[in-house]
Design a protein around this ligand. Structure first.
Ligand code: BGC
Length: 752
């Protein structure tokens, strides 16, 4: 509908405008009836609708309407399936339309820096490309139904410890390449209607009042046009926040901060245009929603079936000695409380009041001859010998034991971090005991973040279900009994132990400071660089069929950084079952221009193949796929040189590779002064000849070429090595160059 938003804003009183910048209550924005501005509602998010009616809270304490809980992001990311995420988003968008919710608060794309972050279950990945792609698809799905999203928590919010006050101390390259990158693609390409800023500070400045983050990067660089809302209670200082680019404070401020805004405009400390612009941005999104309002039905049965499907496409088969799939009709012992009452979602603001929950015991009841034993309690981590004995008996009497294990609710939640990576000891003990009487043991895991698996070598199969949503049991039964073929791959590395993790020494920091000292080496970027053994690598996952790769082709072997490279590869289902493979494309920088990870994921495709079938998949790469963030240029930069295009089944299993030569015309500016190293100057084709000429005398001083003894004492390679780190002023000490001559040389070098 045509309407003049600026005109509406101009008719508002100062008080009405200030009022628009904070919530009416926990979940609503304010209306201005006389001007036709309606009251709209926002709700959590991200993987289900948590619409609260009466007593409201943001911690998942009070009840919300009955709804459908889809698998959490820890699971859905493992699908590597953009279409699936869009389909799930669209179902959520339709639910919102039916329930009059204008913005669904999510997706949450923060990077999994440590396995300990209490909220990892809600986040997608340790890899920004994957997280960004999943978030983009989720947003597109929700928003195509005319409902907004709120990508969160912007930014560098990677722990729960002191989440409302801690400062994430991160260098700019790391921020850009890892922590902001997960937001950048979805924000640029899927244009979420709102962005939710995080609670924490970044390098000392609260995200809710950071002009660099909210204005420079988000609006000026990424071209963002929606509005920014605060996380619930994230506002520290309202007026500087508004100036920095935080349009909406949530939840209500009791009128307090509205008054501060009015006062600031009146006393001239805040320009009224800033307030007007904020209100305009908020109104744009409110009316965008009302203009796209449609009649919709929240079809719970349909969405429950979709939740089951999403989980079946997301689970990751980690180990299979041939025990899976189970034969229909087998005598199976289902052991563990999670078989009956699965853990399928995390605690906190994303907690859904599920209208139905299906456990594997119920879902598989007609597929096999099943006995059940609880095995462990969930209230406390205490070994119950009677429960264990019962489980051991059931396992003995069966042909196979399936243990449903994982983390109980209290082990991970929004609001606090885990203190270790272990499963409850009562469950580890149970697994060991069952293994001692039954050779065929499968462990099905329910957890929001990796766990140590000291029993992994002793079991025959491991299926990672993550927090699989309310239909998890059906999805598990279908995979276990082969009605579905596992096709998820890990969106994060599973290290052997917590202390292997790169953030280990600096997580969660001291007091209010957390230093991201591992820099860009997060997740597999670290483990691969360190050549460290891991339990299961990033991108890993098994299938009941096998895939082979051939015919890797690049559409060019030399390219400019402004070109697009098209990569194609043939994938064949070489097994006997239909299945889906996730083809991963990694780029490895071989130029040596910067310290970079061994390889980084830059594209992927999920492809479905019948037995014996071959398909050619195509993926594109552009400058950004090769580039790193150069802080001198304040821009992305891909140096000229060789890059390897690697096709992998995981970050540790590269099956094909090919090289491309890239050239760039971008020059990284060199600061030339007396402490610039000769190595830097010799590596530039422009300055190298000038310096080489001047170096003649220095070579002599080092004795190069002056007789056999000298040649033995110092070789040309050694000289080259020494010069690498020698500053220009070394010319003064070792060649007898005067200070004036040195200044002249610097001038000549600067002039080229
Ligand atoms: C969470 C957000 C959530 C909000 C509203 C906060 O505590 O961090 O993710 O959307 O509450 O419930």
């Amino acid at each position: 509908m045509e309407r003049n938003i600026k005109e509406i804003v101009s008719q508002m009183t100062l008080e009405e405008k200030a009022g628009m910048c904070s919530g009416k209550d926990f979940w609503h924005l304010k209306s201005v009836e006389r001007l036709g501005v309606p009251e709209v509602m926002v709700s959590d998010g991200p993987h289900g609708l948590r619409k609260q009616a009466e007593s409201a809270d943001h911690l998942g304490i009070n009840e919300s309407i009955k709804a459908v809980c889809f698998p959490a992001a820890c699971a859905t990311a493992c699908s590597f399936d953009r279409e699936l995420l869009e389909e799930m988003g669209s179902a959520l968008g339709t639910e919102c339309q039916a329930e009059n919710v204008s913005v669904l608060l999510g997706p949450a794309v923060n990077i999994k820096r440590s396995p300990l972050c209490g909220r990892n279950f809600e986040y997608f990945s340790e890899d920004p490309y994957l997280a960004g792609q999943m978030a983009k698809a989720h947003i597109q799905g929700v928003q195509k139904e005319g409902v907004g999203t709120s990508i969160k928590h912007f930014a560098a919010n990677n722990q729960e410890y002191h989440r409302m006050s801690a400062s994430s101390e991160v260098d700019e390259r790391t921020l850009r390449e890892i922590y902001l990158a997960a937001f950048e693609t979805p924000i640029r390409e899927a244009k979420p209607k709102t962005v939710m800023c995080s609670y924490n500070r970044i390098n000392g400045v609260f995200a809710s009042e950071d002009p660099w983050l909210l204005d420079e990067v988000l609006r000026k660089e990424w071209g963002y046009e929606g509005y920014v809302m605060s996380d619930w209670g994230a506002v520290n200082d309202r007026v500087p926040g508004l100036e920095a680019g935080l349009e909406l404070e949530m939840p209500a401020s009791g009128g307090d901060t509205d008054r501060q805004i009015v006062e600031a405009v009146k006393n001239g400390t805040l320009k009224e245009e800033v307030l007007d612009r904020a209100v305009e941005r908020i109104l744009n999104i409110i009316f965008d929603y009302t203009d796209h309002k449609k009649d919709a039905v929240f079809d719970m049965e349909k969405d429950h079936a979709l939740a089951e499907k999403v989980e079946a496409e997301s689970m990751v088969l980690l180990k299979n000695d041939g025990v899976l799939p189970l034969k229909k009709g087998v005598r199976a012992a289902f052991i563990g409380a999670f078989a009956k009452t699965p853990r399928y979602q995390g605690g906190g603001s994303s907690h859904i009041n599920s209208f139905r929950i299906t456990g594997a015991l119920e879902a598989a009841k007609d597929m096999a001859e099943i006995t059940y034993a609880q095995g462990y309690g969930l209230k406390e981590d205490v070994i119950d010998e009677a429960l264990v004995a019962e489980a051991v008996e059931a396992a003995k009497a069966a042909e196979v034991a399936v243990i449903f294990a994982g983390l109980p609710d209290a082990f991970e939640s929004e609001g606090y971090d885990r203190s270790h990576m272990k499963m409850p000891e009562c469950q580890n003990y149970l697994i060991r005991q069952v293994c001692s009487v039954q050779p065929n043991v499968v462990v099905v895991l329910h957890n929001g973040s990796p766990v140590e698996m000291p029993w992994a070598d002793g079991v025959s199969g491991i299926l990672e279900a993550y927090l699989g949503g309310q239909g998890v049991g059906t999805a598990e039964a279908r995979i276990l009994f082969g009605e579905a073929n596992p096709c998820g791959k890990l969106a994060e590395t599973v290290p052997y132990k917590l202390s292997d993790n790169p953030s280990y020494l600096n997580f969660p920091g001291d007091g209010d400071i957390v230093e991201y000292k591992e820099g860009i080496f997060v997740g597999y970027r670290y483990y691969d660089k360190k050549e460290m053994p891991v339990r299961y690598p990033f991108g890993y996952g098994l299938s009941y069929t096998t895939f082979t790769y051939s015919n890797l082709k690049l559409d060019k072997t030399a390219m400019k950084d402004t070109d697009t490279l098209t990569v194609s590869v043939d994938v064949t289902n070489s097994g006997s079952r239909e299945g889906k493979e996730i083809v991963q494309l990694y780029v490895a920088d071989k130029t040596g221009a910067a310290n970079r990870p061994v390889r980084e994921l830059k594209n992927f495709v999920k492809v479905s193949l019948a037995p014996g079938e071959t398909k050619t998949v195509q993926m594109e790469l552009d400058k950004r796929s090769f580039a790193w963030y150069n802080v001198k240029l304040h821009d992305w930069y891909a140096a000229s040189g060789t890059y390897e295009i690697q096709i992998g089944k995981s970050s540790r299993d590269i099956v094909l590779c090919a090289s491309v030569e890239l050239t760039t015309e971008v020059e990284v500016p060199m600061d030339i002064h007396k402490n610039t190293t000769m190595g830097q100057l010799l590596s530039s084709p422009k300055t190298a000849p000038v310096l080489q000429e001047a170096l003649g005398g220095m070579m002599k001083t080092f004795g190069a070429g002056e007789g056999e003894a000298a040649a033995e004492a110092i070789s040309p390679e050694m000289i080259k090595g020494m010069l690498e780190s020698m500053p220009l002023r070394g010319m003064r000490s070792f060649t007898g160059m005067s200070s004036e001559e040195l200044d002249q040389l610097i001038e000549r070098l600067r002039a080229v």
